[in-house]
Design a binder for this molecule. Structure first.
Ligand SMILES: [Zn+2]
Length: 246
């Protein structure tokens, strides 16, 4: 039975041509639901590429308002949207890009209570936040609810990214020590806009490749250095001492 419509076949024709995707792969993509935490520098390219690629549903959580200093890296937004809620601005941009994808957005502070409200029926939870507290939270929710996750972090010209299949592969906490105090604010970090552009794009790529059972970053940490243009993968092993092994 053919699931794709004629218009979908046309829209996604170039990726359907890929031997790694095909119509079967496109059908798989058209069924996935993703929960995105954060709609900033990482979240902009992440949402744009996933919605363009034709997933079923994208739900975005963020509680920020768009400001002038965001535009240097948050490519989802325009000057005319300064002062409005990022989730509203994001919904506007994404809906006009691909009206076939269901976009749900919530202007809510990201904490355990808000994240778990939207976790039901999701195939992925993806961290596009700018702080460690949220990355550890996304990891915990992913492990506790058995949902695949992608977590990336950036600073200046540098980034890291990992994909997690809970209870099967190394989680974020297997790799990074949870700091004692996660509440201390570091203040604004230096960022060149291209860095979240690349890492957020890689997060979208990981969701797509994981859905299609293509090689991904499970049990691997990709460390990106955009100053010397090195992309190094470090092999990971799930820690028996970590909460994800219990
Ligand atoms: Zn772990």
């Amino acid at each position: 039975m053919k699931i794709l419509t004629e218009s979908q076949r046309k829209r996604y024709s170039r990726q359907i041509l890929s031997p790694s995707i095909g119509e079967e792969g496109q059908e798989k993509l058209s069924k996935i639901r993703v929960l995105q935490i954060g709609a900033g520098g990482l979240g902009s390219p992440f949402a744009l590429y996933l919605v363009a690629a034709g997933i079923k549903e994208l739900t975005i959580l963020d509680n920020d308002t768009l400001s002038l200093s965001n535009l240097q890296r948050q490519i989802l937004y325009k000057e005319s949207q300064i002062g409005i809620e990022k989730v509203l601005a994001a919904k506007e941009s994404l809906a006009t890009l691909n009206s076939e994808v269901e976009i749900n957005t919530y202007n809510e502070y990201v904490d355990e209570n808000s994240v778990v409200k939207y976790i039901e029926n999701k195939d992925f939870i993806v961290d596009c936040s700018d702080n460690f507290k949220t990355k550890f939270l996304v990891n915990e929710v992913a492990v506790n609810y058995g949902i695949k996750a992608v977590i990336a972090g950036i600073k200046d010209f540098f980034g890291q990214i990992i994909t997690i299949d809970p209870k099967k592969t190394a989680c974020y906490e297997c790799v990074f020590n949870k700091p004692g105090s996660l509440n201390s604010s570091e203040g604004p970090l230096p960022v060149i806009g291209v860095t979240p552009g690349i890492l957020g794009t890689l997060e979208a790529l990981e969701v797509i490749k994981t859905t299609l059972n293509l090689p991904n970053l499970e049990n691997k940490l990709l460390v990106v250095n955009l100053l010397n243009l090195s992309f190094d993968t470090i092999d990971l092993v799930r820690s028996e001492k970590c909460f994800c092994s219990k």
